[in-house]
Write a protein that binds this ligand. Structure first.
Ligand code: SF4
Ligand code: SF4
Length: 544
């Protein structure tokens, strides 16, 4: 460890200690009583100069400025142009986040520094091993683990990476703010205020904060538990309940997918997309299905099984078939267990824990016929399937089986070998990281390596490739305004790279980005990684 690195650690620890002495943030008193998405004043407030999503991590670094006292000022970094909003931001302890994040980067790649960082965290604990504020939490629910909450040291390093914080510019819409709100909710058995619910519901559960967090806060698990508490105390939206009910019922989902496909092919969706408001926005996301639905074969002699998903098998049949072909090309015998059902990720994100656990038990059972790998091609499903051990941890009958199942799950990019293909023409490819692949499963290099292995493919990186596109399950339907901001930001960055094709690994991202491309009048196709690897020339020829 060099002297310079020692200095970095000392600076960092001093700042962390500062953070720990910051008084608890009283989120109820902050001037953040943001209205709902569909609220007209909220929309006009945003257009009047609320934090813009255009700010990027790179901008944040290059435009970092010093104030008169020589302190870092995040205002220029975030690119806000609204003085009132800047003043609010400047009051918060997060104003030096960009600088601290850079220092942390110098530490986390160094194992000695990492140990020092861990040491500084444990030093902050009291004699009973808990941090002062964690000790006082009276958790009134079994859905959120006190240990998980106690991992947050309120350092604020996650703020700059949180898409909703960047769009809304409000501490209560940041990971740290939300954790504080969750603590408040759990301290009282009362129904949470409408404002608290809105801030917690506005989270994308993209888990970018997990990547940024030096304390390994399992934010996705915390938020899913908190949403379950909210749902128990104040119910849930009827529209969201209907959507979740539909994806968990294969026959109903097949009918809805068929109707959406017909609507898209007849141009009805395009017409409806011109309607104002939520209906028009929802219609803009519709796209024709990729060929007929996927119906695989359940085989006894298989060495790998496919988790086909709910929306994937109905609307992305060609991607499913391409996944099977890739595995068979590698010599695998593939089975598609018949009894499988929706993974339950959307239910867990929405706080319907009971349904999520029920679906998890179905799937653990459906795949119990073999002990081979379970291959999945949808990032959101994969992250959730890998978490089944957590989902059923409190169920003594299923906990061990769920853990065993989760250990078998692999994303398709983790298991297939590079395809020795040569594209007929040079293809500029943008790979868009799906949040639940990059942040949820830490899979970033494998898809890129598979794409680079194809002769003729030129992989072009975009700014902030890991920032959420705003799809996030049914988030784009429940929070259209924020979703649209993130979508437009993503599309702008993609178009700056002038790709021939955009490749992703999650159906929601594909629909969201493709809709943004259509709205921008742009032509690049958006396809799944498996389809592109299977036959890049066919994709470029426009095969539907
Ligand atoms: S999950 Fe995403 S949106 Fe939610 S707090 Fe973390 S970074 Fe922000
Ligand atoms: S979630 Fe992690 S990065 Fe964010 S404030 Fe808590 S400890 Fe810091």
């Amino acid at each position: 460890m060099t002297g310079e690195r020692v200095l970095e650690v000392e600076i960092h620890e001093a700042r962390l200690d500062d953070r720990l002495q910051v008084p608890a943030i009283d989120l109820q008193d902050l001037p953040h009583s943001r209205k709902r998405d569909d609220d007209a004043p909220f929309r006009s407030d945003r257009t009047a100069g609320l934090a813009r999503p255009r700010a990027t991590r790179h901008e944040g670094r290059s435009r970092l400025v010093r104030d008169a006292d020589g302190r870092d000022d995040i205002r220029g970094g975030l690119g806000y142009d609204d003085d009132a909003r800047c003043a609010l931001l400047a009051q918060g302890p997060e104003r030096r986040v960009v600088r601290i994040r850079e220092e942390r980067r110098g530490i986390v790649d160094d194992s000695v520094g990492r140990n020092d960082l861990a040491q500084s965290r444990s030093d902050a604990r009291g004699a009973d091993g808990h941090r002062p504020y964690a000790r006082d939490i009276a958790v009134s629910s079994t859905h959120v683990r006190p240990d998980d909450l106690a991992t947050c040291i309120s350092c604020g390093l996650c703020l700059n990476d949180c898409p909703t914080y960047r769009v809304l510019g409000d501490e209560a819409d940041s990971p740290r703010g939300r954790i504080q709100l969750i603590r408040t909710v759990l301290e009282s058995p009362a129904a949470p205020s409408e404002t608290t619910v809105e801030h917690l519901e506005a989270c994308l559960v993209c888990r970018a904060c997990e990547t940024a967090c030096p304390s390994l806060v399992p934010f996705g698990r915390i938020m899913e538990g908190a949403r379950e508490v909210l749902r128990e105390r104040e119910g849930g939206g009827r529209a969201a309940r209907t959507m979740l009910d539909t994806v968990a019922r294969p026959r109903r989902l097949a009918i809805v997918a068929r109707l959406a496909d017909i609507g898209a092919r007849l141009g009805l969706a395009r017409l409806a997309a011109r309607l104002p408001g939520r209906l028009g926005w929802a219609a803009s996301l519709a796209a024709p299905a990729e060929g007929p639905p996927f119906r695989g074969v359940d085989r006894d002699d298989a060495d790998v099984s496919i988790f086909a998903g709910c929306i994937m098998r109905e609307a992305f049949g060609e991607t499913e078939r391409a996944t099977v072909r890739l595995l068979e090309r590698d010599g695998h015998v593939v089975s598609v267990p018949e009894e499988q059902t929706c993974c339950g990720a959307l239910h867990a994100h929405a706080g319907d824990g009971e349904r999520a656990r029920e679906l998890a038990r179905y799937n653990v059972d459906a795949f119990s016929g073999s002990d081979g790998k379970v291959v999945v091609n949808a990032a959101g499903c994969g992250a959730h399937l890998k978490a089944y051990g957590d989902v059923l941890a409190a169920d003594p009958l299923w906990a061990e089986r769920a853990k065993g199942f989760a250990a078998r799950v692999r994303d398709v990019s983790e298991i297939v070998n590079p395809v020795p293909a040569r594209a007929r023409r040079a293809i500029r490819v943008v790979y868009q990281d799906a949040c639940h692949l990059a942040h949820g499963q830490r899979i970033r290099a494998q898809p890129r390596a598979l794409l680079r292995a194809i002769d003729g493919v030129m992989l072009v990186e975009i700014e902030d490739p890991e920032r959420c596109c705003g799809s996030a399950g049914i988030y784009n339907l429940t929070h259209p305004e924020i979703s649209r901001e993130l979508q437009q930001d993503k599309v702008r960055k993609i178009l700056e790279a002038s790709p021939d094709v955009v490749v992703s690994a999650n159906p929601g991202c594909m629909l969201q980005i493709a809709a943004g491309m259509r709205a921008a009048g742009s032509s690049p196709r958006v396809v799944h990684l498996a389809r592109f690897l299977d036959d890049p020339d066919l994709v470029m020829a426009g095969d539907p």
